[in-house]
Write a protein that binds this ligand. Structure first.
Ligand code: ZN
Ligand code: ZN
Length: 164
């Protein structure tokens, strides 16, 4: 499977017949914005490089061929685990484009973890009038921390006016 994060969505391109058949069924049965269920990571996968999905009675396991695919799958897993089940966007050739969700403010597709978890895309978070609160934060590296984050867009901007 080729897995490429691209402009708020993720493009899945089959590399073997089984993947091609599953994606063709999704393309046929799913409508835009229809939910795909995140079924967890692979059983023996300590590195989050396998992600299992299911939609329209068709299961699909994302296994990366190359380092780039593995990194993309890891970031998808974080978005789906901390954020939400993915949605179908469109068929592209023999591949399929999916997203984590849509931005609650502008409706654009998002795929990265903070955007998915808070349903707020990066451009909208940059326009946000942040309301900061202190609480538990977590990052792409999965480390928990205590810090300030915005209760509206979830981002944790660097404190202004502070010098180090
Ligand atoms: Zn937005
Ligand atoms: Zn904010």
């Amino acid at each position: 499977m080729r897995v490429r994060i691209d402009n708020g969505t993720c493009l899945l391109k089959p590399s073997i017949d089984m993947e091609r058949a599953a994606l063709a069924l999704w393309a046929e049965r799913l409508r835009p914005d229809e939910k795909i269920t995140y079924k967890g990571r692979g059983p023996d996968d300590g590195e989050y490089w396998t992600v299992r999905l299911e939609a329209a009675d068709v299961g699909l396991t994302l296994v990366g061929n190359f380092e780039e695919d593995k990194r993309a799958i890891e970031s998808l897993r974080n978005a789906f685990f901390f954020g939400c089940n993915p949605i179908f966007v469109e068929a592209v050739g023999d591949g399929v484009r999916i997203a984590a969700t849509r931005c609650k403010l502008c409706g654009s597709y998002v795929i990265d973890m903070p955007s998915a978890e808070w349903k707020t895309c990066q451009p909208c978070s940059e326009r946000c009038q942040h309301e900061l609160e202190r609480g538990i934060t977590h990052s792409e590296t999965k480390e928990l921390d205590v810090g300030n984050f915005c209760v509206k867009c979830g981002r944790a901007p660097a404190p202004t006016g502070a010098t180090t």
